[in-house]
Design a protein around this ligand. Structure first.
Ligand SMILES: Cc1cc2nc3c(=O)[nH]c(=O)nc-3n(C[C@H](O)[C@H](O)[C@H](O)COP(=O)(O)O)c2cc1C
Length: 350
């Protein structure tokens, strides 16, 4: 299974390993640099089926910190294109990008909010900060909501021009889109708040706008928090319902993570702790899912796929420790996997 190719639209992934998006906090003015080139290039050399570039701001305030990646201008897109072209030329990996807006969780450093002068005034659906000690975010007007939808669309257009194979919309971890989804962070009384349909409207508008920029050669994924572990908050049943709607709006895969919107909740951590969420979404909404979270072993990844809990395996921290996990897994399982020609002498054991 791990080495069985899979296709989303016309995008064929050679195997089911995905480098999960991970902020590297290493950009200036939102630009990727040599560090990012080597960082993503290495994982492509490691045989990973799909790499997803870290949360990338669709506008300056969409970043989490001043050092997050951005794609709100052409210079940023051009620099990203260099990474995309390297990956396409020198590996069999496909490469995606996670488009993101931090909302009320922006303007931070080392997870602490920084001043408006050092950072910026944050935005949100409602005047509720993530942590009570933080500033009250600016509440988006209806016009400003439309501008944010356009920001995602423009970012998608630039990502398409840069040559990415997959766009992932970040609707998880308590960032702006998740803030709209949850009744705990969204208490609006207009058409963007209240009912499930209203709270999901912002995301659906973004999905539709982004899809306007895509074609059959670029797949669309959405990352959600399957649950936020809080009473009266966003629950797994909401995620299942949302996944059904997203499928009808041409979303190709739901990447199921969890948490991030409510400060101080207890998250039950164990190996593959979010896999049951991916499984429920997959089996009840009949959509393809990605499983993520404390998956470190090749045999565990294979088991998740065999059991029908997910279609792709997203790996974050283990991918930092072991960029070659896909190649290593193929040796263990005696399966075929891309291995750089330049390294072929290492394929024969000695
Ligand atoms: C350094 C670091 C940065 C992260 N940045 C992002 C991000 O940009 N977008 C995102 O959706 N998740 C982000 N995450 C979460 C990971 O993608 C992943 O969901 C999480 O780490 C659980 O997977 P793991 O147990 O394999 O690390 C980040 C995680 C780490 C460790």
């Amino acid at each position: 299974m791990l080495y069985t190719p899979v296709t989303f639209r016309n995008v064929e992934l050679k195997n089911r390993w995905v480098m999960s998006p991970m902020c590297m906090y290493s950009s200036e003015d939102g630009l990727p640099n040599d560090f990012h080139f080597v960082h993503y290039g290495s994982r492509a050399q490691g045989g990973t089926g799909l790499l997803i570039v870290e949360a990338t701001g669709v506008e300056p305030r969409g970043r989490i910190t001043n050092h997050c990646m951005g794609i709100w201008n052409d210079e940023q897109a051009k620099k990203l294109q260099r990474i995309v072209e390297f990956v396409h030329k020198n590996s069999e990996s496909k490469i995606g990008i996670q488009l993101s807006h931090s909302g009320r969780k922006g303007s931070t450093w080392n997870t602490k909010q920084i001043s408006v002068e050092e950072g910026w005034e944050t935005i949100a659906p409602s005047p509720i900060p993530y942590h009570p000690t933080e500033r009250i975010p600016h509440v988006l007007t209806l016009e400003e909501i439309k501008e944010q939808v356009m920001n995602f669309r423009e970012a998608a257009r630039r990502a398409v021009e840069a040559g990415f194979d997959v766009i992932e919309i970040h609707a998880a971890h308590g960032y702006l889109i998740h803030q709209f989804l949850s009744p705990l962070s969204n208490i609006r009384t207009d058409e963007y708040g209240g009912s499930f349909e209203n709270r999901t409207r912002f995301l659906i508008e973004i999905v539709d706008a982004v899809n306007e920029e895509l074609n059959d050669n670029i797949a669309l994924f959405v990352r959600i928090s399957g649950t936020e572990y809080a009473e009266n908050g966003w629950e797994i049943e909401d995620s299942v319902e949302l996944a059904k709607v997203l499928k009808n709006h041409s979303v190709d895969l739901i990447d199921v993570s969890s948490g991030g919107n409510i400060h101080g909740v207890k998250i039950p951590l164990f190996e593959g702790y979010q896999v049951p969420l991916a499984s429920q979404v997959r089996n009840e909404a009949d959509v393809r899912t990605g499983a993520v979270g404390l998956i470190k072993k090749v045999s565990h990844a294979e088991e998740i796929l065999e059991k029908g809990d997910a279609d792709l395996i997203f790996i974050a921290r283990e991918m930092l420790r072991n960029p070659y996990i896909a190649v290593q897994g193929s040796f263990e399982m005696k399966e075929e996997c891309f291995f750089p020609n330049q390294y072929l002498r290492a394929k024969i054991s000695s």
